[in-house]
Design a binder for this molecule. Structure first.
Ligand code: HSE
Length: 429
């Protein structure tokens, strides 16, 4: 069979990793696909940069968009990034030209995924995006193929390695967020501009894609409630431990009668659960179905080798002539299901107050909780310092988020409460 010609746009860590992997394991890949995968063209901003790979025999394209027009290229592999600009132009142009399209670009798919899925169905081509979610973890294949016969109830997991690395280091060393972030940047584990990672945006992009695939609905990135990890303190991590929890940046999509919840936020998870023990840069995804109750995938969510593995898995599908609808069903068959607002979340909460240590403070706090029908699970005051500020920590039984928010606003207004309350959602995962 003829060689599958691929054109690679973007030669950063992942692009170079894909070329390296295709060369290193060429025999294995050819045996599995029944044909060779050959690099028919590459494009990047800087031709002269040393990438640690030999590009001598690759055709060079100054404008990545022109990969879409080249007759020797069957598949365009977009590894540029960004939700718009060249990446979006290249996606639209490749699909319109009838070329298969493979991407690691979660931002692009979180914003334009539904449009691209519909265009791909119309053109009869395959859009592969295994590398866009959780790097080397084959979660797209698992959801779309392995669990195709299941009604998915919930998908949750740790989808951002940088945040997980920082939270792990804070827990292990009792260190402050800013100190750990600085160290992670020095070591190259965090970007110099870490906003997308620590702000939760990267995990939210991935979650929006997973929710579309799991629930066969149009991608709704705007409907993801996002909170990052910047506000997590060593004090809350220490209290979490006392209550038997760890704090993780959890991404959760779950279907209920009112629609689909999509949220990314720091979460207290039971210390004895599997998710609590996913540490460092690792990612994990847990899928709950009606027939297969729990499927847990753990692996490397980033890095050249794992991400290139996912890109080549998509290329292998295309080489074998496999074509899947992007979100399991054709674009026009994706069924709109409303996104449930965060205010409607029902769950338990951890609340930390900084209060003046004097009689009657907790009576006022309890009265507010009673008014909002919030029931206390446990209460802890560490230290005794009459007249000074001390932390008081509570966990609640299941309550509605809107009630919790109103209660915290009223508690914050008490004279004896010196800082806005810190609330962290608890999930029994
Ligand atoms: N920056 C991401 C992370 C990997 O820290 O997990 C790529 O999405």
């Amino acid at each position: 069979m003829a060689t599958l010609g691929i054109g690679i746009a973007g030669l950063g860590t992942v692009g170079s990793g894909v070329i390296g992997l295709l060369r290193r394991n060429a025999d294995l890949i050819e045996a599995g696909c029944g044909r060779k995968i050959g690099i028919a063209g590459v494009s990047a901003r800087d031709r002269s940069r040393d990438r640690g790979i030999e590009l001598g025999d690759c055709r060079w394209f100054d404008d990545a968009r022109s990969l879409a027009d080249d007759p020797e290229i069957d598949v365009v592999v977009e590894l540029i990034g960004g939700e718009d600009g060249v990446a979006l132009d290249l996606a639209r142009r490749s699909i319109a030209a009838g070329k298969h399209f493979v991407t690691a670009n979660k931002a692009l798919l979180a914003i334009h995924g539904t449009e691209l899925a519909t265009a791909a169905d119309h053109a009869g081509i395959h859009v592969g995006y295994e590398a866009a979610v959780a790097g080397g973890i084959p979660v797209i294949k698992t959801l779309r193929e392995g669990l195709a016969a299941n009604r998915v109830r919930r998908v949750h997991g740790i989808l951002n390695g940088t945040s997980n690395y920082i939270l792990t280091a804070m827990r292990e060393h009792g260190a402050a967020f800013e100190d750990v972030l600085g160290e992670a940047q020095r070591l190259g584990y965090a970007e110099l501009d870490p906003t997308l990672d620590i702000g939760g945006g990267d995990a939210a992009h991935k979650l929006a894609i997973l929710a579309a695939l799991a629930f066969r609905r149009p991608v709704d990135f705007a409907g993801v409630h996002v909170e990052g990890i910047r506000g997590v303190t060593p004090m809350d991590i220490a209290f979490a431990r006392e209550f038997g929890y760890r704090i993780k940046l959890l991404a959760i999509a779950q279907a209920g009668t009112g629609g689909v919840e999509q949220r990314v936020h720091p979460t207290m998870v039971p210390e004895d659960g599997a998710i609590a023990h996913i540490d460092g840069v690792f990612n994990a995804v847990v899928i709950e179905g009606d027939a297969a109750p729990v499927t847990t995938l753990i692996g490397a969510g980033a890095g050249a080798g794992p991400t290139a593995t996912a890109v080549v898995a998509d290329l292998a599908d295309i080489a074998r002539g496999v074509r899947h609808a992007m979100f399991a069903v054709p674009g026009p068959e994706l069924v709109h299901r409303p996104t449930v607002a965060i205010d409607q979340r029902q769950g338990e909460y951890y609340v930390r107050l900084m209060v003046i240590d004097q009689p009657g403070v907790m009576a006022d706090v309890s009265a507010i909780l009673r008014d909002e029908q919030i029931s206390l699970g446990s209460l802890l005051q560490r230290g005794r310092d009459p007249g000074e500020t001390v932390p008081v920590v509570m966990t609640t039984h299941e309550a509605e988020e809107a009630s919790m928010r109103r209660a915290c606003e009223r508690i914050a207004a008490l004279d004896t409460v010196t800082e806005p309350p810190v609330t962290i959602r608890i999930e029994r995962v």
